[in-house]
Design a protein around this ligand. Structure first.
Ligand SMILES: [Mn+2]
Length: 440
């Protein structure tokens, strides 16, 4: 083996349709096409898709078509490139069923447990997404690869779609600690976390290549800082001397990303918002700060008028000037309720107080139940959400009607809890059974 070039992509979410807009679905396809074009131009030997290639296990036909055309393009211009994929939490079938990858000539790894394959003298091990009560199985499968890679004379790559504690340190959000990872791997090609990042790990490099478009608002900051795209990884070395491998990481940034902008403005300035021009029309996330009496309806009208044709979409939120500002805690405020009352509107004080105890004891289950009950009660009281808590985002019309119909269906909090319990139970039972066998 001399040099092997790997293109590491993940979280391309083909079929994702943000805000239910066709333009957004197309943005996701466009970013993917651009990425594949770069992969071909970079003359990669192996294309690694580290999960959530599709947004769902049954994506729209258009997503399948875009993927098919990408593989055709690879075949025409760089035939012999190997395509290796694992399944992410999005494109893994929830029930016994086939993932969309089965329609194509890609090597899908790690669906029945850890699997490995050798390409051009490099060992690639892959495991598809496992979570919840399968986390233990995940860890033992991954440790199998440590042994195999240890006996292998060449370089090794581990492909997985999981959250690692260091990058997502919230209870219930991550499946692996750094200690759960083998340390003898040259490159860790991970997916799931949408912000692109990499670090030295053991003798190698651990990397999340990140999503190829901005899928959620909370990805805007990392996109601004680091862009979106993927990694090109060069592994150099002689087959028989794994300790002498060198590894080089190159970042490829995509140009077709639709810009998303977060702005906070005062209500006085709503008719004077600067939107940078050029390229695709941006998506604007706007927080308007004003007095309690600000005329939200009028502000929204003004915004609709002035932003028309300048943005693809504007999402509004309102924030009252008093909240978060000028709050002074006095020494007499010894009880927690008074402290909450200083920060929150009256309607939320009780909720905050009742969440405080379970959350300080890490009792997530109880906290979720309390929040669900509160939410349910509020929506019912507000006739399906015609009024909103202040500071909350205005839900899209489609979202709020969806919520309304959900509330209609769930007539009581108890009924809803029972349904959630049932759903959880059903899910647990089916997770392992969804692993299809090819003679099905
Ligand atoms: Mn994911």
């Amino acid at each position: 083996m001399n040099m092997v070039r790997i293109a590491h992509l993940s979280d391309t979410h083909l079929g994702f349709r943000q805000y239910n807009m066709e333009e957004r679905e197309n943005d996701v396809y466009e970013a993917f096409r651009e990425a594949i074009e770069c992969v071909i131009e970079e003359r990669a030997d192996v294309l690694v898709l580290a999960g959530d290639t599709f947004d769902a296990a049954s994506p729209p036909v258009k997503a399948l078509h875009v993927f098919k055309e990408a593989l055709r393009e690879i075949d025409a211009r760089r035939s012999g490139m190997n395509v290796l994929a694992v399944l992410g939490d999005h494109d893994i079938p929830k029930r016994r069923g086939m993932p969309p990858h089965r329609l194509f000539d890609v090597r899908l790894l790690g669906v029945h447990g850890m699997e490995w394959t050798e390409v051009k003298g490099v060992l690639f091990g892959g495991i598809s997404n496992l979570k919840g009560k399968y986390t233990k199985a995940l860890k033992s499968e991954i440790s199998k690869f440590e042994k195999v890679a240890g006996e292998f004379k060449g370089a090794s790559v581990l492909i997985a779609h999981q959250a690692v504690h260091r990058f997502l340190p919230f209870e219930g959000a991550y499946e692996l600690h750094e200690n759960d990872l083998p340390r003898n791997i040259n490159y860790y090609a991970f997916g799931h976390i949408h912000a692109r990042t990499s670090m030295r790990f053991g003798n190698g490099i651990f990397a999340y290549s990140g999503s190829t478009e901005i899928m959620r608002k909370d990805e805007i900051a990392s996109w601004r800082k680091n862009g979106k795209g993927f990694f090109i990884v060069d592994i150099n070395g002689k087959k028989d001397e794994p300790s002498l491998h060198t590894i080089n990481l190159k970042t490829v940034n995509l140009k077709s990303i639709r810009p998303q902008i977060e702005i906070e403005i005062d209500e006085k300035d709503v008719d004077n918002i600067h939107i940078p021009g050029g390229g695709k029309l941006p998506i604007l996330h706007l927080t308007v700060i004003g007095d309690r009496q600000m005329n939200r309806h009028k502000i929204m009208e003004t915004l609709d008028k002035t932003l028309k044709e300048r943005v693809l979409r504007c999402r509004y939120a309102f924030k009252e000037r008093e909240s978060g500002e000028n709050i002074q805690l006095s020494d007499e405020m010894l009880n927690i309720r008074d402290i909450f009352a200083a920060f929150l509107p009256d309607t939320l004080v009780e909720l905050a107080e009742s969440l405080f105890r379970p959350l300080s004891n890490d009792n997530i289950e109880d906290a979720i139940r309390i929040a669900e009950d509160f939410f349910e009660e509020r929506w019912m009281k507000n006739e399906g959400g015609r009024q909103h808590e202040r500071c909350c985002m205005q839900p899209d019309a489609s979202e709020s009607s969806k919520l309304r119909s959900q509330v209609d269906r769930r007539t009581s909090a108890a009924g809803r809890r029972a349904r959630v319990r049932m759903k959880r139970k059903k899910h647990d039972e089916t997770v392992l059974r969804m692993w299809w066998s090819d003679d099905d």
